[in-house]
Ligand binder design. Sequence first.
Ligand code: FAD
Ligand code: PYC
Length: 415
Amino acid sequence: MKFSLFSLARQAVGGAAWPPQWRDAEPKPAYDVVIVGAGGHGLATAYYLAKEHGIRNIAVLDKGWLGGGNTGRNTTIIRSNYLRDESAAIYEHALKLWETLSQDLNYNVMYSPRGVMMLAHNEHDIRVFKRHVHANRLQGIDNEWLTAEQAKAFCPPLYIGSDARYPILGAALQRRGGVARHDAVAWGYARAASAMGVDIVQNCEVTGISRSPEGAATGVETTRGAIHAGKIAVVAAGHTSVLMGMAGVRMPLESFPLQALVSEPVKPVMPCVVMSNTVHAYISQSDKGELVIGAGTDAYTSYSQAGGLHIAAHTLEAICELFPSFRRLRMLRNWGGIVDVTPDRSPIIGLTPVPGLFVNCGWGTGGFKATPGSGHVFAATIARGEPHPIAAPFRLDRFRTGQLIDEAAAAAVSH
Ligand code: FAD
Ligand code: PYC
């Protein structure tokens, strides 16, 4: 890996500003772009920077192993049935990229468009989901309303009796929604980016962001030394506030644990993805046969990669009421990740007040589905130094101007 001797020397003098006579002699950055975070979004960004913008002198740094953050911990639900035009544009952009991603990367990411169904349990749910169906149709995105009987026909294990504790009054179905293999997405992007010359450095925690006397971001301090960089992109879900704080930028984010669990493997029994925001549970079946079950976020902010057990218990109770035949299954394991959540539940993508510093974060409980689209538009934003049109509405300063993109209901996970 390439370290800049000049930046090491600068660190040795306590990070002080370069004396004027040295400034002229500043070295060429070791990397054109340093990406902090080797999750799906960071790796996808590196891949599209290399593939579509010819920028290959890139390092992707991670404090752990690649794909070991939320990318490797999520329940892989993919859909684009959001409410607002801005959101529909980015999630649909991603969904279209998912459709050919295995071919593009020459790596099977096991994208499976098996349908995502969101259950309505009361009048309010019905109105909210019908509003999404109508909005999506106007946006050219597939989403349809099902009666309870149609929902049961689509997903036979679902219990729709009127004596249910959470009666099912109907559902919104996006047939093109589905799942993919989370690890394969990280590995596929990493392999393809690496083949184009991108350096991926694991076990390399970023501990500081250095700035020029004029204020521009010039490099990162890491547990393995300093690295001088032309541009720096922070893509470190859950930890963004900490990293951006190193450059003096305060972010409108809160970090929460979000957890999931899997059952013992069984033969194919769940044909689709079912989500219920109201009962705080969602479920699908992995290709290994495990039922993949997710819960809502913890109620309190924390950096612990484990959610409260009482939340998991509530989720399992709800799943057993929605799918009584799953009562006999044993749970195999549970885990958690840390998601960073914005006030309007939409991501932040783009430039920052610090020249040369870019950020992509705030995907909250729902960024896996966005991975290809997020990486694609973020790469264009970094390469051109101005927001890609799809990324533009998600700029950081919307929290100053008030142009929020409220997607609280589309998140489909309680938070
Ligand atoms: P990550 O994969 O978390 O990558 C960020 C990386 O940054 C990490 O590898 C971390 O080690 C690294 N990092 C952090 N700090 C530093 C530092 N100082 N120096 C160097 N590296 C650093 N989304 C969906 O769309 N569908 C779902 O079904 C879904 N289910 C979820 C279920 C759970 C339990 C969880 C936790 C999340 C879920 N999500 C889901 C959300 C989704 O996982 C995330 O939005 C997405 O994976 C974020 O990807 P990322 O690449 O931005 O972050
Ligand atoms: O955004 O679809 C989603 C999701 C499902 C589970 C967690 N996030």
